[in-house]
Design a protein around this ligand. Sequence first.
Ligand SMILES: *[C@@H]1O[C@H](CO)[C@@H](O)[C@H](O)[C@H]1NC(C)=O
Ligand SMILES: *[C@@H]1O[C@H](CO)[C@@H](O)[C@H](O)[C@H]1NC(C)=O
Ligand SMILES: *[C@@H]1O[C@H](CO)[C@@H](O)[C@H](O)[C@H]1NC(C)=O
Ligand SMILES: *[C@@H]1O[C@H](CO)[C@@H](O)[C@H](O)[C@H]1NC(C)=O
Ligand SMILES: *[C@@H]1O[C@H](CO)[C@@H](O)[C@H](O)[C@H]1NC(C)=O
Ligand SMILES: *[C@@H]1O[C@H](CO)[C@@H](O)[C@H](O)[C@H]1NC(C)=O
Ligand SMILES: *[C@@H]1O[C@H](CO)[C@@H](O)[C@H](O)[C@H]1NC(C)=O
Ligand SMILES: *[C@@H]1O[C@H](CO)[C@@H](O)[C@H](O)[C@H]1NC(C)=O
Ligand SMILES: *[C@@H]1O[C@H](CO)[C@@H](O)[C@H](O)[C@H]1NC(C)=O
Ligand SMILES: *[C@@H]1O[C@H](CO)[C@@H](O)[C@H](O)[C@H]1NC(C)=O
Length: 416
Amino acid sequence: MSTMWHLLRVILIFSVFLSVWMERVSAISIQLMPPYPAVGQSVTLSVTGITGNIREVKWYKGSNTDASNHILTYIPSANSPQSNGLQYFSRASALPNASLLISDLEFTDGGNYTVSVQTQTAQQTSVNLTVYEPVTDVVLKSNTSEIKENDTVTLTCETKNANRYEWVRVSGSLPSDTIQSKDKSTNTITFPSIKRSAAGDYYCEAKNPASNKKSNIYTLTVNYGPEQVRITGDVNVTEGSSFTLECFAESLPNATFRWTHNGTHLNSCQQRCSLKVASDTQGMYTCIASNSVTNINASTTVNVTVNAASSSPEMNDGPLSRGAIVGIVVAIFAVALIVAVIVLFLMLKQRKKHSASTNRKQHVSATVASGNGQTNESAAEHDIQYTSVTFAQRPPRKVQMQPSDENVVYSDLRLS
Ligand SMILES: *[C@@H]1O[C@H](CO)[C@@H](O)[C@H](O)[C@H]1NC(C)=O
Ligand SMILES: *[C@@H]1O[C@H](CO)[C@@H](O)[C@H](O)[C@H]1NC(C)=O
Ligand SMILES: *[C@@H]1O[C@H](CO)[C@@H](O)[C@H](O)[C@H]1NC(C)=O
Ligand SMILES: *[C@@H]1O[C@H](CO)[C@@H](O)[C@H](O)[C@H]1NC(C)=O
Ligand SMILES: *[C@@H]1O[C@H](CO)[C@@H](O)[C@H](O)[C@H]1NC(C)=O
Ligand SMILES: *[C@@H]1O[C@H](CO)[C@@H](O)[C@H](O)[C@H]1NC(C)=O
Ligand SMILES: *[C@@H]1O[C@H](CO)[C@@H](O)[C@H](O)[C@H]1NC(C)=O
Ligand SMILES: *[C@@H]1O[C@H](CO)[C@@H](O)[C@H](O)[C@H]1NC(C)=O
Ligand SMILES: *[C@@H]1O[C@H](CO)[C@@H](O)[C@H](O)[C@H]1NC(C)=O
Ligand SMILES: *[C@@H]1O[C@H](CO)[C@@H](O)[C@H](O)[C@H]1NC(C)=O
């Protein structure tokens, strides 16, 4: 039992000593400056944690201190402090603080480096140097050349030397259902069922710890439709006129249009369909919109009816518009009215002159009416008198008729 306890105490003390020793051995370490060096740059393998005077430093290319891995030895007190080993290369040089400087880095410089530092005691440590190559030739590609709505689309950020990828939509954010790796370590994103709202400009940025580079801008086009096909134009047309139907659809790329009449193809029609009204014009007109990328056809139909021209003059297509006809009628009435007014005016003017003489000598006027010789001026009065007399249908010469004749004349005078 006591031997058992003794053994345990020995093990405990030994392990404490071991850990203290380990701590002292691992007290030095190597830091890379910069931490992610790239090809062509310089890096310092900086040794930290050294206590006491440095007597000798040895650098090895590898994870152990075999002579075959020996790069160089640095002895600060020597007249020429640096001496070279089997793995020496001219871009490597020792620094007075035990660090190793490697300039003009090459990718093959990457790997394990071990340093042993002799002060009061000897200590050694290793580091894994990774030399990064700069990110170059970043190209954003889609795996589908002509993207249709609802397709599954994968975008790939093709590049070299990168290990992280950022995805950017130039205006707005990525669609919410976009599949991408959380740690940004994969060079793809996937739209499981792409929508037209995802259209726009995208780029990726490829990165490694030493560098980063943006790709080209990729314009994502999402083809869709045709949808919401509709026909505009007059579906209620008049005999002897012409009419136009036009077809519209939501579509990317633009739809192409075909027309049928009662199911028969109309060769002359594209988006617009202009036709003369004929005896067989009536019927069903169908517009078929087609999208060459989505290969979707969509259609809509209107029923065109023809009305008799007489019962329904067409506003625009007839030889005369309704307005023109109204105008002509109004003009005719106006001219007739003006002529009537002028005639009336002249008549009254003549009557007025006549009545002036009648007022002076009524009896003479009656005598004039009997047809005796007169001057030219009174000739017209004579005619008018005659008219009145003729209206009365009495022979003017008869004297017995004169009073009634005078009454007719008087009533005319009162009018003036
Ligand atoms: C060693 O010297 C180099 C060059 O002067 C310097 O960059 C580096 O920081 C030094 N390292 C330590 C641990 O002081
Ligand atoms: C150094 O580390 C990198 C990853 O950081 C690894 O790929 C490489 O294999 C390591 N090299 C050695 C020599 O261990
Ligand atoms: C570099 O060191 C690591 C451990 O530090 C070891 O696993 C690896 O095998 C070493 N690589 C080389 C090439 O020696
Ligand atoms: C593009 O990739 C997606 C998924 O990664 C796949 O479903 C689709 O078929 C691919 N398209 C083409 C044209 O290869
Ligand atoms: C995509 O799917 C939606 C909903 O299922 C549908 O309305 C739309 O027409 C589809 N688009 C295409 C181009 O097939
Ligand atoms: C598509 O149609 C619209 C409206 O009809 C027109 O403005 C546009 O120029 C057309 N685009 C192409 C590429 O033909
Ligand atoms: C189309 O159908 C209508 C109604 O059945 C008919 O009046 C018309 O003559 C037809 N036109 C043609 C060109 O088939
Ligand atoms: C759409 O119409 C075109 C032209 O008539 C035809 O070739 C094609 O098969 C149609 N597509 C579908 C999906 O019906
Ligand atoms: C088209 O319109 C005419 C006149 O209004 C009507 O007699 C005919 O039944 C309609 N045809 C269809 C297919 O609706
Ligand atoms: C077609 O036009 C005629 C004459 O303008 C009109 O009487 C008729 O009600 C119209 N029919 C329709 C369906 O609009």
